[in-house]
Design a binder for this molecule. Structure first.
Ligand SMILES: [Zn+2]
Ligand SMILES: [Zn+2]
Length: 276
């Protein structure tokens, strides 16, 4: 199992040299399980993934959406495999505030006046699948995807993927209650090798953003220690968190926990033989 982070920025894309090293694109990561691929979220990071898939032999994939905020879906209209007849794609999501079905999420993005092309113009073979809060989905070839309801305005799902004894989870966007253990999340993360977590803030910044539905670097470490995962990757970087600011967090992380890392655009990890 390998995981590649294609987009790690939260809230919105950023530009400029101050953000060159950690990443400018919004959330997307691709989990390879043997020759299958499971894509988590469709922020702008999914656009270069689409270009790579077009050049590869992969023609079938599953795309799971955590929720429909722009930084998690804005790449959908520009994901070129949707426009190629040779691709078979299943899109999965859970119910959200005011939106019950996965098809409706995509429909909401693909219509005038927001975008000139409707989803009916997709040429790929597309199937829409709706998920519950505690779903267990067998994708075949030994790949199992589980969901958990997260704490985020409008709703969001966390995902856990298990394959051949390895396990990775994406937990974004979500918040936490300071000083309280999220027993449901700890149970969900029990036995994962690695997870990526919503690290929008530092604990010191949390109070001013407490209602925004995001979490902290320190909470990521507390969760990692409580669930026993080998590693945690912080993502959903705040738009104004520059490379320099993230370097300072990297130094602090390295001193606190050798298994805690900052996810950056283009980073690839192999869950059976450590970080690449
Ligand atoms: Zn977000
Ligand atoms: Zn969100």
């Amino acid at each position: 199992m390998t995981v590649k982070f294609w987009g790690t920025r939260g809230t919105r894309m950023v530009t400029g040299n101050a953000f060159r090293r950690y990443g400018r694109k919004t959330i997307c990561c691709a989990v390879r399980c043997g020759d299958r691929i499971v894509v988590l979220d469709a922020g702008s990071g999914i656009v270069p993934l689409g270009s790579e898939l077009q050049k590869s032999e992969t023609r079938s994939l599953d795309l799971f959406l955590t929720h429909a905020h722009y930084d998690h879906v804005e790449g959908i209209p520009f994901f070129q495999p949707f426009y190629e007849k040779s691709f078979r794609i299943r899109i999965w999501a859970g119910p959200l505030k005011g939106i019950e079905t996965t098809r409706d999420i995509v429909d909401g993005l693909m219509k005038e006046p927001y975008f000139p092309i409707r989803q009916e113009k997709f040429r790929a073979h597309i199937r829409y699948r709706d998920l519950g809060d505690e779903a267990v989905v067998e994708l075949g070839d030994g790949i199992v995807v589980r969901t958990i309801k997260l704490h985020h305005p409008g709703g969001a799902l966390g995902y856990r993927i298990d394959f051949e004894g390895r396990s990775f989870a994406l937990i974004t966007d979500t918040t936490h209650a300071p000083g309280q253990r999220d027993t449901a999340l700890l149970k969900f993360l029990n036995g994962v090798d690695a997870f990526a977590y919503d690290c929008s803030y530092r604990d010191s910044e949390f109070a001013q953003f407490a209602s925004f539905g995001h979490s902290t670097w320190e909470e990521a470490l507390r969760l990692k220690q409580a669930c026993g995962a080998d590693s945690v990757y912080g993502l959903h970087h705040m738009p104004d968190r520059s490379d320099k600011a993230l370097d300072a967090i990297a130094d602090w992380l390295a001193a606190e926990d050798g298994g805690a890392f900052i996810a950056r655009d283009g980073m690839e990890i192999a869950l059976d033989c450590g970080r690449r």
